[in-house]
Ligand binder design. Structure first.
Ligand code: ZN
Length: 656
């Protein structure tokens, strides 16, 4: 591991916190050091208070900030003298500790200081860096981890046995550090947890961290335990229905829908097929820092019932402690290892699932390296339990609040690259759903860049293309809950007497057949939706009120309408709802250029403004209006409605 320090880069970070921000970001850049909000850093500064008196202030990473992207505002200033004194207390509950830290902040609106703040305070150095480096964890979690750590580092580090983060750990370190520290000490190893480095300036502290972690890496390399990879494995074809069934089972177990991301990359698949997978994956996480997001153990195979039973047994082994903590049993797995599917991560959002996968990616390295050193040993189960049901974590869960309407759900929108389809994608994303957008236009792929969106270029009239797109969607998000059939085309106006065969066939193919292809292919997955599948069909005012010259369009939309009605009849027994929206005069779509609009308005002897509002309410209907209704139709408001046809047209005189 090399130092990434650059004087030129460092110079761009000014102010008293500049060097602290810069070297924190350097640590954050390397995912083998810190992952997703893990790790923390601090600096001790002297500042003047309102009376002009000098005060010692500890700036420590605040919660909710990631080292990679931290800014000066991400550091919480606390009164150093007071916080240091806390370490000398006989005892202090963790919630009380959090309160003491929060009430000794020196800037209104600062983020909550890290729960490891007191640890930073007691270390007698200006800069302190803390990571959960993979290499150090591999060594701690191998046989005779402590002996190895002492052998590698000698008097360079203070070694602390495993104690859960919080007041007890800080108080222990405050007592132990002065006993062990000497002139050569540049850091501190917390066994099975992570490593601290410190120094007089940002660069010294950072480069000592790099040195300490490099020493761990060199030790692993010298024992043939650095370059490890699971046995090679070739992926099996995607099993859409099986992934969706697994997702449904996990959601039933959790009590809420989840996004499920399957990953069959060679590393994950190889690990899932590792001959010792049952032994090495069932001992616990690599670091306590990962417990909350991943739960203690991955599920093996696809049998959720068996997993829940084993998890219940785990819980019952701690029944007394659980009763004391008044905690709830949560048997839902956050991840599974399956020899065919590979690694499967569950989360309440696509982002959460991605985080689980990234954490486990590093866990695999740590496990395999510790294995190569003689045998992976995870943290003892009682410690894992303590963290999982830690007061502070429970408090965080309670604070998390209500999830968004479509949290954990997946919506597929056809024709989503523009117009109503794009507005639908936005409406569903806004409500917390993961969205799959399909369109012939390749712009669909870059429509949004966020972890909960997948855009696929797809010709919906091709059965195989639709199957492939569904495979990708289910592999990425685990299933489908909602389907918006929006893709369609509007052929140029032609009276029946001169209607071209091609125009007729094209309208029928795109507006009816493509929707049938998508519905038929999606049905087996859609019916596994935890809250029941929902389909919204974007119809047209032309269904109840066709127009002259629009035979192909009107007939195709009418056929689509019948298709939706039959689906409502056939799919109701599976709790699936199918409803139709009939928009009219939605002019903010690519179809309606300014010129077309002007020409049409002129034909009716109206101004463009009058033409746009040519309805009973004299109102303009936008793509967003249609999209919002489509999303609401998938929500609780329409929970008891199926087979309905709702106009969004400002009111049409002939149809009232
Ligand atoms: Zn830590």
């Amino acid at each position: 591991m090399n130092s990434l320090w650059s004087d030129a880069e460092a110079a761009q970070f000014s102010g008293p916190l500049g060097p602290r921000v810069y070297s924190s970001r350097l640590l954050g850049r390397d995912k083998s050091l810190v992952l997703h909000g893990g790790g923390n850093t601090s600096v001790k500064l002297r500042e003047q208070n309102a009376f002009g008196e000098d005060e010692e202030v500890l700036y420590v990473k605040g919660s909710g900030w990631d080292l990679e992207t931290i800014e000066p505002a991400g550091f919480a200033p606390v009164a150093l003298g007071y916080v240091r004194r806390l370490a000398g207390l006989e005892r202090l509950s963790d919630p009380r500790m959090v309160n003491e830290l929060a009430t000794h902040l020196l800037r209104a609106g600062a983020p909550a200081p890290s729960v490891e703040t007191i640890l930073h305070a007691i270390l007698p150095h200006r800069y302190v860096d803390h990571t959960h480096a993979d290499a150090v964890l591999s060594i701690c979690n191998a046989p005779q981890g402590e002996r190895r750590v002492r052998e590698i580092y000698g008097d360079r580090v203070v070694v602390i046995p495993y104690i859960m983060a919080g007041f007890d750990l800080a108080a222990y370190c405050a007592r132990e550090f002065p006993k062990q520290a000497g002139p050569n000490t540049i850091g501190m190893v917390l066994l099975s947890h992570g490593v601290f480095s410190f120094g007089a300036d940002a660069r010294e502290s950072y480069e000592r961290m790099i040195r300490l972690v490099s020493m761990a890496e060199e030790h692993l390399a010298s024992k043939g335990a650095w370059r490890v990879s699971p046995p090679a494995a070739a992926p099996s074809p995607v099993k859409r229905d099986e992934i969706a069934r697994l997702r449904r089972a996990i959601a039933d177990c959790a009590g809420f829908p989840v996004v499920l991301a399957a990953n069959d990359s060679p590393k994950f698949l190889g690990f899932a097929r590792h001959p010792e997978v049952a032994r090495i994956s069932q001992r616990g996480p690599a670091t306590p820092d990962h417990v909350i997001r991943t739960k203690p153990l991955p599920m093996l195979g696809r049998d959720v019932t068996a997993f829940a039973a084993s998890y219940r047994a785990y819980f019952e082994r701690h029944a007394a402690r659980a009763a004391e903590k008044k905690t709830m049993l949560d048997p839902a797995p956050r991840m599974a290892l399956d020899p065919e599917l590979g690694f499967v991560a569950a989360g309440r959002t696509a982002k959460d699932a991605a985080i689980v996968a990234e954490l486990y990616d590093h866990t695999i390295d740590v496990i395999l390296r510790a294995e190569a050193l003689g045998g992976w040993q995870a943290l003892e189960e009682r410690h894992i339990f303590d963290i999982e049901y830690w007061d502070l974590e429970q408090a965080k869960l309670k604070k998390a609040g209500t999830p968004p309407a479509f949290g954990g759900e997946v919506a597929l929108v056809t024709g989503a690259a523009s117009g109503i389809g794009k507005a639908c994608a936005e409406a569903f994303l806004k409500r917390g759903a993961a969205v799959v957008g399909l369109d012939r236009n390749p712009a669909i792929e870059k429509l949004f860049t966020r972890p909960d969106y997948l855009g696929i270029t797809c010709d919906l009239t091709e059965v195989r293309a639709v199957e492939t797109a569904l495979d990708a969607a289910v592999k990425r998000f685990g299933g489908l809950d909602m389907l918006v059939l929006n893709a369609g085309m509007f052929p140029s106006s032609q009276p029946i007497a001169s209607l071209a065969d091609d125009a007729w066939r094209r309208a029928m193919t795109v507006n009816v057949e493509a929707s049938l292809i998508v519905m038929r292919a999606a049905h087996p997955v859609l019916r596994l939706a935890p809250r029941g599948g929902r389909v919204v069909v974007i119809g047209s005012k032309n269904v109840p009120a066709p127009g002259p010259g629009a035979a192909a369009y009107s007939a195709s939309k009418a056929a689509l309408n019948q298709l939706a009605r039959v689906a409502a009849l056939e799919w109701a027994k599976d709790g699936m709802r199918v409803n139709t929206i009939h928009p009219n005069a939605v002019y903010d779509t690519a179809l309606w250029t300014d010129e077309v609009l002007a020409a049409r308005a002129k034909a009716y002897n109206l101004t463009v403004e009058q033409y746009k509002r040519n309805n009973l309410l004299k109102t303009e209907v936008s793509s967003r209006d249609v999209a919002e209704l489509a999303a609401e139709m998938c929500g609780p408001l329409f929970a008891k409605t199926t087979g309905a046809q709702v106009p969004v047209d400002g009111g049409t005189e002939k149809l009232v």
